[in-house]
Design a protein around this ligand. Structure first.
Ligand SMILES: [Cu+2]
Length: 154
């Protein structure tokens, strides 16, 4: 089992180095975009980011050639109404992680430049407060949750 874990770790490190200018102390898992109807003007992006460094990391912007604009949001329920609060940054604590998911922090992807279907991928460029930026490949997947998402207010 130990050997297997080492193998997974070394594959992961290799994949990090294959992405140029990747901030190597950050690890992104489960980056995905729920598929949305063709007419949609807004999609959501989710992922888990782990920070193995001694310093807090802050995501200050996200962009992609696949979207006209990308915002960072936090979903919150106030008096029974689901609202999304735009965030100027997303904080990943030192030796901690941040999970972007339904009902919590997420990326809001406005004006898709092309139709993104189940199985497609989209590259998002994430910029940190340190000035570093790196590209994360998001996978588009069918989701039962997409109905919920359309009910959120912007
Ligand atoms: Cu949102």
């Amino acid at each position: 089992m130990i050997k297997q874990a080492q193998l997974i770790l070394s594959i992961f490190i290799l994949s990090l180095f294959s992405t140029s200018s990747y901030a190597h102390h950050l690890m992104v898992n489960n980056a995905w975009i729920p598929e949305a109807p063709p007419v949609t003007q807004v999609m959501a992006g989710f992922m888990t980011i782990k920070n193995s460094s001694n310093e807090t990391a802050e995501i200050v912007s996200v962009n992609s050639k696949d979207f006209g604009r990308i915002e960072m949001h936090l979903s919150k329920e106030e008096n029974g109404i689901a609202r999304m609060l735009p965030q100027s940054k997303l904080i990943i604590p030192a030796h901690g992680s941040l999970k972007l998911e339904h009902g919590s922090y997420h990326l809001m992807l406005f004006k898709p430049a092309r139709r993104l279907k189940d199985g497609d991928t989209s590259e998002l460029v994430i910029r940190l407060n340190s000035g570093d930026s790196f590209t994360v490949e998001f996978v588009v997947e069918k989701s039962a949750m997409q109905m919920d998402h359309s009910q959120h207010q912007h």
